[in-house]
Design a binder for this molecule. Structure first.
Ligand SMILES: [Zn+2]
Length: 177
């Protein structure tokens, strides 16, 4: 069963602004270097599209597979009642995915207080860290709504944030294994 990695809010909701905020707040952990570009030392990152190194704050969050196509393919999560593993930066939960109904039922696990939340499946696809990577504005604008492969890159050249974060968030090691 394919796993989906997302960031949950404390209320078990999923939205792009939260995902973005968590990534920005952890930019120093994602950085490939720390340099002074003239505004003091800051986190830097090498664009996987053009290999230029820029301040990480300038990067866009790119959907490796475009949002529209990704939502249709469901990443192999097929049928109602399929279980996948979701997580936030510190907590993990089991999720029951209704892939056809457009809603996800989340039954929280270990660390969270047990309760049920509802998440739009479109938000799952949009926020899946396996499908998000950092791309410089030039590359992202060039890629547009194309899939990574359709943009002319091999899929194994993509650098999903689930992989980037793996080495630095120890709490996720057992999940990302
Ligand atoms: Zn680039």
């Amino acid at each position: 069963m394919a796993k989906t990695y997302i960031v949950l809010t404390p209320n078990n909701q999923v939205n792009f602004s939260t995902t973005r905020a968590v990534l920005i707040n952890n930019a120093h952990k994602i950085a490939s270097a720390f340099k002074n570009y003239g505004a003091g030392t800051e986190a830097a990152y090498e664009c996987v599209g053009c290999n230029r190194e820029l301040p990480i704050i300038l990067f866009h969050l790119d959907h490796i597979r475009s949002q529209s196509r990704y939502a249709v393919s469901n990443l192999g999560i097929k049928g109602s009642g399929g279980f996948v593993t979701l997580n936030s930066d510190l907590d993990k939960v089991d999720a029951k995915v209704n892939a056809t109904g457009g809603m996800v039922t989340v039954a929280t696990g270990s660390i969270y207080n047990p309760k049920i939340g509802y998440i739009q499946s479109s938000e799952i696809w949009k926020n899946d860290l396996k499908n998000l990577q950092l791309l410089c504005p030039t590359c992202n604008e060039s890629k547009g709504s194309k899939d990574w492969v359709d943009w002319g890159r091999a899929l194994n050249a993509a650098k999903p944030l689930s992989k980037v974060i793996k080495g630095v968030w120890d709490a996720l090691d057992d999940i990302f294994a």
